[in-house]
Design a protein around this ligand. Sequence first.
Ligand SMILES: NC(=O)c1ccc[n+]([C@@H]2O[C@H](COP(=O)([O-])OP(=O)(O)OC[C@H]3O[C@@H](n4cnc5c(N)ncnc54)[C@H](OP(=O)(O)O)[C@@H]3O)[C@@H](O)[C@H]2O)c1
Length: 335
Amino acid sequence: MKVAIVGVSGAVGQEFLRVLDERNFPVDELVIFGSARSAGSVYEFRGKQITVKELKHNDDFKGIDIAFASAGAGTSKAFAETITKYGAVMIDNSSAFRMDDDVPLVVPEVNAEDAKIRPRGIIANPNCSTIQMVVALQPLEEISHIKRIHVSTYQSASGAGAAAMAELKHQHEQIIKGEEPTVEKFAYQLAFNVIPHIDVFLENGYTKEEMKMHNETRKIMHSDVDVSATCVRVPALRAHSEAVWIETERPISVEEALTALKKAEGVIVQDKPTEKIYPMPLFVASKDPVYVGRVRKDIANPNGLSFWCVGDQIKKGAALNAVQIAEYLIKEKAL
Ligand SMILES: NC(=O)c1ccc[n+]([C@@H]2O[C@H](COP(=O)([O-])OP(=O)(O)OC[C@H]3O[C@@H](n4cnc5c(N)ncnc54)[C@H](OP(=O)(O)O)[C@@H]3O)[C@@H](O)[C@H]2O)c1
């Protein structure tokens, strides 16, 4: 397998290096790309030093089987043709193509088969908050159709990239030293704060991130479900948390939900609240599964169920999900 990573210096790009190695992904040759900023830097992969190439409109993708792209939507749009023109399958982490009808949007635990139909050679990796939510929702959907979802997210700093994570750490250092914290990556100081604002505001009062959770959930789950989200940035470094309320066609008991979640692929149930066992981002960072806890009946809705879920958004929310898509295609001989 000849594999490319576009955006290797970034938070997701670095995770690709770790995940490909960790999962023993069959890499015969790895080619890594960045902008002029990181071109020439060297990263190690399986004991080999690899130099970052500058992403350009040339023939560098000739012979590449799979290109994992995580360099932002603008770069993905500008370079999709260059990346795919010789037959490479582009698995894109950005929002560039997610809602395009001719681009599958895939979470392997939910709709792996969609990855086989990709007229443009592009498969989109969903938004990180959506990925972890649908992994937890799918086993419940199989019990009774989910009609409505309310969700509040608690999204970590690294969701905004490597520089944003560095800014949060730096803000803490500055505050402890009595200095004015530097604010560049977020709308306000994130240290000792929460910010109810991720991505840009739209005319309906929701943000783009919140509408992604509505639109992408419907596309991945092939569902008419309505999703009302409030996306909030919190000063966790890594892993996103979500409080989720669902309304199903028929009531689901807590026991039924827990049984289904315990059997579900990619889900770990941590739900013994009296023993203080529930998922938290500090302990989920760098882990593969989506962790679910606090499963309970929604006392405000007879057909409602509420739960808390936490997932590492750089891993399952980005690099791992993309690598799992590639693994599925290899297994199905559908590359
Ligand atoms: N962070 C997350 O949790 C997360 C989760 C899901 C999806 N995503 C998505 O994944 C993408 C990357 O996110 P990130 O968090 O890894 O961001 P990041 O840490 O800011 O990294 C951005 C990467 O993009 C590269 N890049 C930017 N412009 C480029 C260009 N013109 N040509 C080639 N490479 C270019 C940068 O390379 P240089 O250093 O060379 O400029 C860097 O490697 C985004 O689309 C983001 O929405 C992120």
